[in-house]
Design a protein around this ligand. Structure first.
Ligand code: HEM
Length: 383
């Protein structure tokens, strides 16, 4: 089966697959393209597991377990729910509300800095800096380490779905071991995790490091891509930027439509714990299911004219944040950041030009969709 590589847009391929082979086997991997089939897999965690280290087994899993315990993303119930409950409080809309003004300040400063340049890279100057600053603050790590985080998070993002990058995981684990705070001297998420107890015991260093790495990587690259993808999608849609400037009330819908149209996470995986059947297709124990969220989000049976970027569409139930028990914990935070980013950008910038990204500017990932670089030329309000 010819799977497009990261330099190509996957959407035409998804469309063809939805029509001709919506569920197709290639070796021990089953590729799933339609919304309802993906939804079925994601809701049935008794059959379809996220615990990939169990499947991996052997030396590789042992090497990974040496420094970090599996994060909630790759755990099944009941332990998944127990650990998720420990952090879920930190990400409710009410808990993140106090970050609103901080996020606005950072976004406004970043827009201000853009004034000094004509053509500039929106990723380096803007999209990347907002999420990293916010998550660093939540975790209680200094902003000055942000270059280190970018390097790590780029490496881990590239390795997603490919060979695990053990070396980077080790480096990150060692870094976070140094931030563990059993005495409760600081007030941040890592300190909180260092002190909580589950079933009469504290989290181990490896569990805390696993959590911190997940939050840093999951919260960073994805939100950066969402903001960059919004800049590009808005620019491609004639008149959309003026609509936003005339009515900022449309921004939440612009964010949702960007999540649907250019989903930052294009696919996720599960494996079958037992033999099963999916829409008439035989699934064997240990088969891996590749679930194309980016295709579900263009599925014509759910989204009319799904290939058109239309923030005014009424059906908004995209799967960009997944579905079911692993639904993205950071969804409210990502939405808040992206909305504020667009509000601050459009309040100050009258119009902007974009240089169409080249294939090599795309993120080198089989799973994430975004750009390493997006050249834009903003025109500021004259005072
Ligand atoms: C636009 C931004 C984001 C997108 C598109 C996104 C997407 C996703 C998706 C698709 C999943 C489910 C994966 C699966 O079921 O296999 C997920 C899970 C998760 N995300 Fe996000 N995410 C984003 C931002 C964030 C942020 C800002 C954070 C935290 C700071 C975060 C933390 C998590 C965590 C902890 C999980 C695992 C939840 C669980 O397994 O129970 N994400 N995300």
């Amino acid at each position: 089966m010819d799977i497009p590589d990261y330099t190509e847009e996957p959407f035409e391929w998804y469309k063809k697959m939805r029509k001709e082979s919506p569920i197709i086997r290639s070796g021990n991997t089953i590729h799933v393209f339609k919304y309802t089939d993906i939804s079925e897999v994601l809701s049935n965690y008794h059959v379809y597991s996220s615990q990939f280290r169990d499947l991996l087994g052997g030396e590789l899993a042992e090497m990974m377990n040496q420094k970090t315990s599996p994060s909630i993303l790759i755990l099944d119930p009941p332990i998944h729910a127990i650990l998720r409950n420990l952090v879920s409080d930190a990400f409710t809309p009410a808990t993140i509300e106090p970050y609103r003004e901080k996020i606005r300040k950072i976004a406004s400063r970043l827009v201000e800095n853009m004034k000094d340049m004509e053509w500039q890279d929106a990723v380096t100057e803007f999209s990347y800096l907002l999420p990293i600053t916010v998550i660093s603050e939540m975790l209680g790590v200094p902003e000055s380490d942000s270059n280190l985080f970018r390097e790590w998070s780029d490496k881990l993002a590239t390795s997603l779905g490919r060979e695990p990058d053990i070396e980077t995981q080790y480096e990150m684990a060692d870094y976070f071991y140094g931030k563990i705070d059993r005495e409760g001297l600081r007030n941040n998420l890592i300190s909180r995790l260092s002190r909580v107890e589950i079933e009469g015991r504290q989290l181990t260093d490896r569990e805390i490091a696993g959590f911190a790495i997940l939050l840093l990587v999951a919260g960073n690259e994805t939100t950066t891509n969402l903001i960059t993808n919004a800049f590009l999608s808005i620019h491609e849609s004639t008149g959309m930027y003026s609509n936003i400037r005339n009515n900022s009330g449309i921004i939440p819908s612009v964010v949702e439509e960007t999540l649907r149209y250019r989903s930052p996470v294009q696919s996720t995986r599960r494996y079958a714990k037992v033999d099963a059947e999916l829409h008439g297709i035989e699934i064997l124990k240990d088969d891996i299911l590749n679930l194309y969220l980016g295709s579900a989000n263009r599925d014509e049976t759910i989204f009319q004219k799904g290939e058109i970027y239309d923030p005014y569409r009424t059906t908004k139930r995209h799967m960009a944040f997944g579905q079911g028990i692993h639904f993205c914990l950071g969804a409210s935070l990502a939405r808040l950041e992206a909305r504020i980013a667009l509000e601050e950008f459009s309040r100050n910038i009258v119009s902007y030009d974009v240089e169409t990204p080249k294939p090599e500017d795309r993120l080198d990932s089989d799973i994430l969709y975004g750009f390493r670089k997006l050249l834009i030329k903003p025109e500021f309000k004259k005072i």
